[in-house]
Write a protein that binds this ligand. Structure first.
Ligand code: NZQ
Ligand code: ZN
Length: 388
């Protein structure tokens, strides 16, 4: 049965190959001073930076910049951006990049006017934002996280070796997002498949929980079908617009809070993946794929009916003459083959994890309680060992 909920998502989306045409008029809704945030230089190589600057100038904006936002953005970088945003009293943060730049911009949006250490207040103690929040807009160049339409922000504390995701209130969700699938054509393959697998994982995290008959599960099965189909087309031809546009749209719906409404969720693969990320600084999607199958095989007996349904409805496994356990396992095998087809990391060693890192990684895994099995710390360690 669907639980009670409120659904509200304020992000205005501009989708399609001409989506950037909407940026100029949209910018008129905000004040003069814009903080432009971007990553390590891909937007300069592709020419997008010049286009954005031209639009900002045309609209009479004063622009300050923070460049070099790294994948898995750090709190040190957030301090830098917050200082710049506050000193310049900016009216809007325009994030041009992937989930990292978008998450980073949200972190700056809540931190700039916070008089305490934002790491301690927002990411460690998880306290509410009571200070002024600067609006964020996004031009997305990398697909996967759903950050363009959610209030999540994942930040790494390098010294403490902690990577923590925070879900803020609705006022931190980007006000608008420009989604042009063509901007994703230039992604290196490792990033493209990392993003595709991240989408699958977001759906799985929300699907593998609960035993009720729930509309969200049917929506998620549809999203998974579309993703699997489009991922194969994009692998063959990265410039397949139909495939890349479907992947982009699926990513947004996989994590804009729609499909979690009225149901419980798991999110343990992300808890593992984030801690692995804090130790390896690896691409997010690959930190997830490396732990996925050992984790799901471990919890499968506790959520057997859903794993069986996943095998049949998503991967087309024929249940005739098989036990429920066999059907469920075949579903995971089918997903495993698809992950290999994509070229995902299939174990932690591939990411450079060594045995001596495991106790630290295990310590950084937050245990959530919405899934089929609430793990204890020994089980976390056991799953990490099985992921090697
Ligand atoms: O820095 P540049 O030079 O721009 O290069 C980036 C970066 O190296 C490159 N790239 C992006 N667009 C490109 C491109 N290269 C060529 N052409 C383009 N069009 O791709 C690299 C990775 O970018 P990044 O933003 O790090 O990837 P992603 O979108 O996967 O974001 C990952 C971050 O988001 C967090 C992850 O933990 C990670 O820190 N997540 C955020 C979530 C959220 N807000 O809800 C949920 C997710 O589960 C995830 O945890
Ligand atoms: Zn993710």
């Amino acid at each position: 049965m669907l639980g009670n909920f409120t659904y509200y998502n304020p992000t205005k989306l501009f989708f399609g190959e001409n989506a950037l045409d909407s940026l100029g008029p949209e910018l008129d809704n905000y004040g003069k001073k814009v903080l432009l945030t971007y990553g390590g230089g891909s937007i300069k190589k592709t020419g997008l930076y010049d286009k954005i600057i031209a639009i900002l100038r045309e609209r009479g904006k004063e622009v300050v910049e923070v460049s070099g936002v790294m994948p898995n953005p750090t709190i040190e970088k957030v301090y830098e951006g917050s200082r710049i945003a506050r000193e310049n009293d900016v009216d809007l943060i325009l994030a041009v990049g992937g989930g990292s730049v978008s998450d980073y911009s949200k972190a700056v949006s809540v931190s700039a006017w916070c008089d305490e250490d934002p790491w301690e207040r927002f990411y460690w103690r998880m306290e509410a934002v009571e200070n002024r929040v600067i609006p964020v807009g996004v031009v997305l160049t990398m697909v996967g996280t759903g950050s363009e339409m959610n209030s999540g922000s994942v930040i790494t504390h390098t010294e403490k070796k902690l990577k923590i995701g925070r879900v803020f209130d609705d006022d931190v969700i980007p006000k608008f997002a420009v989604l042009n699938p063509k901007l994703t054509f230039t992604l290196p393959k490792k990033q493209m498949v990392g993003g595709i697998y991240d989408i699958m994982s977001h759906i799985n995290e929300q699907y593998f929980s609960g035993t009720d008959d729930n509309t969200s599960d049917y929506i998620m099965e549809g999203l998974m079908h579309s993703l699997i189909n489009s991922s194969r087309a994009a692998l063959k031809n990265p410039e397949d617009y139909e495939a890349r546009s479907n992947i982009m749209w699926t990513a947004t719906w996989a994590l804009n809070s729609l499909v979690e409404k009225g149901k419980t969720t798991d999110w343990m693969v992300h808890m593992f993946g984030q801690s692995v990320g804090a130790y390896t600084d690896e691409t997010h999607g690959h930190t997830l794929s490396a732990v996925t199958l050992p984790y799901y095989r471990y919890i499968l007996p506790y959520g057997l009916a859903k794993f069986k349904r996943f095998a049949e409805n998503v991967w087309g496994v024929d249940p005739a003459g098989k036990t429920d356990e066999q059907v469920a396992e075949e579903g995971l095998q089918a997903m495993g083959s698809w992950m290999e087809e994509l070229g995902m990391a299939m174990n932690l060693r591939e990411l450079g994890v060594t045995e001596d890192m495991l106790p630290g990684i295990a310590r950084g895994v937050y245990i959530l309680e919405g899934g089929y099995k609430v793990l204890n710390k020994d089980e976390v360690m056991e799953i990490l060992k099985r992921s090697m």
